[in-house]
Design a protein around this ligand. Structure first.
Ligand code: ADP
Length: 493
């Protein structure tokens, strides 16, 4: 038996999965690593720990599944996006900790970019809104604030990259300084129209192009992992959300995946059309298996599974997340009870940081179970909000919604989701879409599989179809819209 290994370098843990040549997931290892919070709003990782934890899970995967190194055809990598590392070209040693996507230290640099009037240019050419979330201002911060980095840059001794780039440089014994289109598209310095690093933005931020990696299609030759005398080709690379879109086999226009985790991440494949959103969605590059790229629209919900955690940890009215399914099924349909979990303001399509959470429609007989059910339903309403604007921005009609992430196991939620969007919701048997996506990309460029094989490999665990009529659907959603409206601007006078 031959295998593909996918490394999944996430925000809180490094994982490795083993996929056999039939496309079955046969092994998995995971190791958490340290989160570093030097100051309020700052989030860092130790790049050496990212690397060592990733190698450790790789070794454990091989040892625990009794596979030989020469049975591994190739390696795929997927990673936390936007997080950035700068390192010494000769020694491979990091010049500073990795600055993580959640880190807010560069908010002031972003304000300056906006004042300079660069926002429109950045949106039109990178597909992104100006925000500290993306890599660009983090790179600038390290160059401007870490001793000796400028000097080393002059001597051409500095390299920069997202986490995939950092891993590949080390795994290939410093031979490959590369990244893929999807990761590049999250840096805010990559021009997703021309497929090149953007000189105008680089000039403004004073980031030299010489420190940046070469950008390759997600399914191509990224170099060779040299390990204990074995040579394992690295053949697939993608940022986590795009890897999940690919892992869900969303290859065609209008196909959407939603990951129901702490937040929700929705991506819609828009094919060759690069649609700029009028509703605050991001435009980004989807995984490519050739030199030309596909685009995607991306939207996220800040508080999704986190609202379920709130029921458990703050309100303490449930013991675990999964009981929300049984409780929701145990009571009648809600009449006008809505929970809007705008705990940190609202994102797309409302974009109101002054909104706050609220419960609407309480009456004498409203109890704990109603609040639980309405909170669970809020995940589906927020998802519908985003799907509606994705359809408008792309002029495409949703074909079906592929789901993954922890909360997709909830059957009540999935049925309610299908009712609301009037479209089928497909939950695959393997919900490890992210790592599978990276594995598929590697398998394709190693000529092990093609896209048809991946589609046929997708075993559906459960398909949900709408069980309500359009009048009912309208009434439900109207109530949600009314509730959201009443939370807007809550913190303003
Ligand atoms: P992340 O990767 O963001 O940590 P996961 O994909 O592991 O998240 O999903 C965990 C989230 O999903 C948690 O916020 C949890 O509250 C929620 N969750 C997990 N299982 C269920 C369930 N059966 N019903 C509803 N929510 C759930």
């Amino acid at each position: 038996m031959k295998y593909i290994v996918a490394l999944d370098q996430g925000t809180t843990s490094s994982r490795a999965i083993l996929i056999n040549e039939k496309g079955e997931l046969v092994g998995i290892e995971q190791k958490e690593f340290k989160q570093i919070f030097p100051k309020p709003g700052w989030v860092e990782h130790n790049p050496m720990e990212i690397l060592s934890s990733q190698i450790k899970v790789f070794e454990d995967l091989i040892a625990n599944n009794n596979v030989s190194f020469d049975s591994i055809i190739s390696l795929g990598i997927t990673n936390q996006r936007e997080t950035i590392v700068l390192w010494d070209k000769d020694t491979g040693k990091p010049l500073y900790n990795a600055i993580v996507w959640q880190d807010k230290r560069t908010s002031n640099i972003c304000e300056d970019i906006k004042k300079e009037g660069l926002e429109k240019y950045i949106k039109e050419n990178t597909g992104l809104v100006v925000d500290s979330y993306f890599s660009a201002t983090k790179i600038k911060w390290i160059i401007d604030n870490v001793d000796n980095v400028k000097n080393k840059i002059k001597k051409k001794k500095v390299l920069a990259g997202t986490v995939d780039s950092w891993l590949i440089y080390n795994l290939t014994s410093f031979k490959s300084h590369v990244t893929d289109f999807t990761n590049a598209s999250r840096t805010m310095i990559y021009n997703i129209r021309t497929l090149s690093w953007d000189d105008k933005i680089l000039d403004y931020l004073d980031i030299p192009k010489s420190i940046l990696p070469k950008v390759l299609p997600s399914s191509s030759d990224f170099g060779t992992f040299e390990y204990k005398g074995f040579k394992i080709p690295i053949r697939g690379v993608a940022g986590d959300q795009q890897a999940a879109l690919f892992g869900q086999a969303c290859f065609d226009n209008g196909m959407v995946k939603n990951t129901y985790g702490t937040g929700c991440f929705l991506l819609m494949n828009t094919g060759k059309n690069m649609n700029l959103s009028s509703n605050g969605l991001l435009t980004t590059i989807a995984c490519s298996t050739s030199n030309s790229v596909n685009y995607a629209l991306e939207g996220s919900v800040f508080i999704a599974g986190a609202a379920i955690q709130w029921l458990r940890d703050s309100l303490k009215i449930i013991k675990n997340a999964s009981e929300t399914e049984r409780i929701s099924n145990s009571i009648d349909e809600l009449e006008n009870v809505y929970v809007v979990p705008a705990f940190a303001g609202l994102g797309a399509p409302y974009w109101d940081m002054y909104s706050r959470g609220a419960i609407f429609g309480l009456s004498r007989d409203t109890g704990r179970k109603h609040i639980i059910k309405a909170t669970l339903e809020s995940l589906a309403y927020q998802t519908k909000d985003i799907i509606d604007v994705m359809e408008r921005d792309s002029n495409l009609k949703l074909k079906s919604l592929k789901v993954d992430g922890g909360a997709c196991k909830n059957n009540y939620l999935m049925q309610f989701q299908s009712n609301l969007i009037n479209s089928e919701v497909l939950r695959p048997k393997i919900i490890e879409s992210t790592a599978m996506g990276a594995g598929y990309l590697a398998g394709i460029s190693s000529s092990l599989w093609d896209k048809d094989k991946i589609v046929s490999n997708q075993k559906i665990d459960k398909k949900f179809n709408s069980k309500i009529d359009s009048i009912k659907r309208k009434i439900l959603y109207k109530g949600w819209e009314k509730a959201v409206k009443r939370t807007l601007n809550w913190l303003e006078n």
